[in-house]
Design a protein around this ligand. Structure first.
Ligand code: HEM
Length: 479
């Protein structure tokens, strides 16, 4: 095996520093995609200082063969000292090493978030969505905040049976903790894994301000898995608890408390911002592609009509909407690098040696923007999902044993939000003071674990007087 070469990497590797100077500080997925096409190889290899190996898989074939086909070898997570030990995120399921505790957690998450179990929470998703419609009617320019409250409400409701109210501390906590997650995965944090000696050096040394800056996030990260869980426990003691995943798990005496804390806390952290970013991308797509919006609304008008709001039972009759939702998730994938995996033992693939302990990244952006699979990948074309005979790859939710266990919950929430908005509102470009349409860019995105479009303006107006009446009528139901 040592005689086999490593996969190719970008030029300019230095003897001791390796590819440290080439290591992208932001928008890594674009750099990896670029190198892969330049090198003519789907796997790109980087080594950063001796001993830190990174292998990026940029094609569906390689990701499927390794992260799924050899899942038992490729499902560990990297050390990520800064995140686990400094920021205190060791309780997060997504960071857990591939061991006994992980298997217990994963089994429980798969059970309580299965396609069947999540049906218990679809009524809650519907209520949160309809509350969101009402808020959009009143304050359309605040749509991102409304999405944050409805996604947070649906997730906190399902995870803990907690009813979220506007301005609640929980919404702030999850935003700060998510910012902490991105900070803990930044190049500044990576230094602790690359140079373990840094752990023992004083913080005042230049470039070592990480611990100090981390203080901003530590409180939110610490309270996130415990505060809402305690609220459920208290409600159970007082006999006032609603049906929820936490309540069901607490009722199962065979489950370890740490498993319950991890499953529910991770749902809350992993589910909120990803959902908000996806729904924001949907609004952007509708501003940029009015013809897709017209087709979707024509389908809703034929199948559902204007007299009522959509429901989950409409899903099988709405093929264009279903294709549009898939295209929203592909077009501007919100987790462009999924979450890094880690290789448990030396391996060989396509004639290359892949070293043990390599960080293995599935470049979900590059895969879902592969021109051969998705022609004109930067364009929003729901029709590519309309032919049931063509099975397109789907890696939006990651890979193998670490695939997102929240995908059924998430798809259901995103679907009902998108179809409900399309049935009641028309989304278009904002106007300036003279009434001219303001152009919006669909090329500007934030970097980080979850990628958002940069804030943009738009107009969201009720489709007709009769839809306004439908919205007014639902007003009292969900307050
Ligand atoms: C648009 C919404 C979402 C997207 C795009 C998304 C995407 C992902 C991705 C790419 C991963 C990493 C997979 C890998 O390592 O290969 C992941 C992990 C995870 N997600 Fe999601 N997710 C979303 C929503 C949710 C929701 C709503 C929940 C919970 C209800 C959730 C719970 C989790 C958990 C627990 C993990 C860690 C899995 C593990 O390491 O075993 N996610 N998600």
């Amino acid at each position: 095996r040592p005689s086999l070469s490593l996969p190719p990497g970008p030029p300019g590797r230095l003897p001791v520093l390796g590819h440290l100077l080439q290591f992208p500080r932001s928008y890594e997925w674009l750099a990896y995609q670029h190198w892969s096409s330049k090198l003519g190889e789907s796997q790109v290899y980087l080594d950063i200082i001796v001993g830190e190996h990174i292998v990026v898989l940029n094609s569906f074939r390689a990701a499927k063969d390794l992260l799924e086909g050899r899942s038992a070898l490729y499902s560990d997570r990297p050390k990520l000292f800064a995140l686990r030990d400094i920021l205190g995120m060791d309780w997060l399921q997504g960071l857990m090493p591939f061991g006994k505790m992980f298997h217990e957690v994963r089994k429980a998450a798969n059970k309580y978030l299965s396609s069947t179990s999540i049906k218990d929470y679809q009524q809650l998703q519907l209520c949160e969505t309809q509350k969101c419609l009402k808020k959009i009617l009143k304050q359309p320019e605040e749509y991102v905040q409304h999405f944050r409250e409805s996604a947070g409400g649906a997730i906190l409701g399902a995870a803990y049976g907690i009813q979220l109210h506007a301005g609640d501390r929980y919404i702030h906590t999850v935003s700060v903790a998510n910012a902490g997650l991105s900070f803990g995965l930044s190049a500044q944090a990576f230094i602790y894994d690359v140079f373990p000696i840094v752990k023992w050096l004083p913080d005042w040394l230049p470039g070592l301000g990480f611990r100090k800056e981390a203080q901003r996030f530590i409180g939110a990260i610490a309270e996130l898995p415990d505060l809402p869980l305690q609220e459920t426990k208290t409600a159970m003691e007082n006999d006032t608890a609603h049906h929820s995943i936490a309540a069901s798990m607490l009722g199962n005496k065979t489950l370890d408390q740490n498993v319950i804390r991890t499953v529910t806390g991770t749902m809350y952290l992993a589910g909120t911002e990803t959902t908000v970013a996806t729904l924001t991308n949907f609004i952007l797509a509708m501003v940029k592609y009015p013809e897709a919006q017209c087709k979707a609304q024509a389908e809703i008008d034929t199948v559902i009509g204007m007299g009522r709001l959509p429901d989950f039972k409409d899903e099988p009759s709405l093929p264009y909407i279903n294709a549009l939702v898939k295209e929203v998730m592909r077009w501007r994938i919100v987790t462009p690098l999924a979450t890094p995996h880690c290789l448990i033992a030396d391996d060989v693939y396509n004639g290359f040696h892949l070293p043990k302990d390599s960080i293995v990244i599935g470049n979900t952006f590059a895969i879902m923007h592969d021109e051969l699979l998705f022609p004109n990948p930067d364009l929003f074309i729901p029709e590519r999902y309309l032919d049931p005979a063509i099975k397109l790859p789907d890696v939006v939710f990651g890979f193998g044993s670490r695939i997102c266990p929240g995908r059924y919950f998430s798809k259901s929430l995103i679907w009902i939000t998108i179809v409900s908005i399309l049935s009641t509102f028309t989304i278009s470009k904002a106007l300036d003071e003279e009434g001219n349409e303001l152009e919006v860019s669909d090329k500007d995105f934030t970097s980080g674990v979850v990628s958002f479009p940069v804030p943009f303006q738009c107009r969201i107006l009720p489709r007709s007087k009769s839809t306004e009446i439908v919205l007014e009528n639902i007003e009292s139901d969900h307050d």
